[in-house]
Write a protein that binds this ligand. Structure first.
Ligand code: NAD
Ligand code: TYD
Length: 337
């Protein structure tokens, strides 16, 4: 795939993916279509702005004419564009349905019209719902989303499946676990806790902190998407994960230790409604079919991430003002116990 449309490329994973493809992939052109919502930031790609292979277009994935025009100029599309934060979907899910469901339907129609060679839908392991203490999600695990966010992502996955089945659209779905790394908006647990601790502020743990996620360094996720884009089989789903299960309290203790803080910084707050207990992914399919494996260990990846936030304080300090602080107060203000 030489010419690619990336949607949502100004967000966390999309910006890391564009940088990865420009430096490792053999691409002639990357068009980045992004609406620049609160989570999209042009600064995330300031270092590649001048690359002649890179083009930024501000726009909405719900705009069919724009999507079809851009897809007419590429071979493949990778859709990262989404409302991505579970807590925000609990406050108000309308934008999640608009972008994550109607936006995907629009992109799929545009991909059909353009006759794309490949459409990669970036989904999430959260579509499978929650696990108890044992077991892992495989690609055959039934969908059982629990949050408005994961329900919108599962709906999109169903549409992608249907467009492949009905129209023969060469679409592939990836379902990855929780990412961490540079350029993650400081609302998700890892960047929120790192930046709070760097600013000497407490870290708010939901409930008892026993909930478990599988953690993957964002660069490893980007390599997996690159492999799926090249060699994934149309109509298939590929799980992606770091093989790294940690409870929230374990992550918090690691961060406290790395940043030289003690447990007095922990603030236990009211639990997230409908909080999924545990996610864990079986990645044997992508490993055996495409030979992909994560390259970063958790401690190494976390240190890289902490150092990035330490070195780029201007980036997150600017974000953590104005609208962000209003969100923070709405999200956390009333939950303190
Ligand atoms: P993010 O919130 O950091 O970025 C989302 C990007 O999409 C932003 O740049 C935003 O401006 C853009 N966007 C939003 N609505 C748009 C619209 N209507 N039109 C065009 N652009 C729009 O998200 P992220 O963490 O980088 O996640 C990217 C994708 O990966 C999402 O689809 C998410 O569901 C999926 N995913 C994320 C994780 C994770 O841990 N962050 C894990 C698995 C899957
Ligand atoms: P998050 O980073 O929001 O990702 P997701 O909900 O998509 O898995 O949350 C990861 C875990 O951290 C989840 O169990 C909720 C918990 N969490 C907290 O305890 N405190 C926080 O402030 C946040 C944002 C999350």
């Amino acid at each position: 795939m030489k010419k690619i449309l990336v949607t949502g490329g100004c967000g966390f994973i999309g910006s890391n993916f564009i940088r990865h493809m420009l430096s490792h992939g053999k691409v002639e052109k990357i068009i980045n279509l992004d609406l620049l919502t609160y989570a999209g930031n042009l600064e995330n790609l300031a270092d590649v702005e001048a690359d002649p292979r890179y083009e930024f277009v501000r726009g909405d994935v719900c705009n069919f004419d724009l999507a079809a025009e851009l897809m007419g100029r590429v071979d493949a599309a990778v859709n990262f564009a989404a409302e991505s934060h579970v807590d925000r979907s609990i406050i108000d899910s309308s934008r999640f349905v608009r972008t994550n469901v109607a936006g995907v339907q629009t992109l799929l129609d545009a991909a059909r019209e353009a006759g794309l060679e490949r459409f990669v839908q970036i989904s999430t392991d959260e579509v499978y719902g929650s696990l108890g203490p044992e077991g892992r999600f495989t690609e055959r695990t039934p969908l059982a989303p629990n949050s408005p966010y994961s329900a919108s992502k599962a709906s999109a996955d169903m549409l992608v499946r249907a467009y492949h089945h009905t129209h023969g659209l060469p679409a592939v779905i990836t379902r990855c676990s929780n990412n961490y790394g540079p350029y993650q908006f400081p609302e998700k647990i890892v960047p929120l806790f790192i930046t709070n601790l760097l600013a000497d502020k407490p870290v708010p743990i939901y409930g008892d902190g026993a909930n478990v996620r599988d953690w993957i360094f964002v660069g490893d996720h980007c390599c997996a998407i690159d492999a799926v884009l090249r060699d994934g089989r149309p109509g298939e789903i590929y799980n992606i994960g770091g093989g790294n299960e940690r409870s929230n309290i374990e992550i918090t203790r690691l961060l406290l230790a790395e940043l030289g803080k003690d447990e007095s910084m922990i603030e236990h707050i009211a639990d997230r409604p409908g909080h999924d207990l545990r996610y864990a992914v079986d990645c044997s399919k992508i490993q055996s079919e495409l030979g992909w494996r994560p390259a970063h260990g958790f401690t190494e990846g976390l240190r890289l991430t902490i150092n990035w936030y330490r070195d780029n304080a201007h980036w997150w300090r600017r974000i953590k003002t104005g609208e962000y602080m209003k969100y923070y107060e709405q999200q956390y203000g009333k939950r303190r116990q």
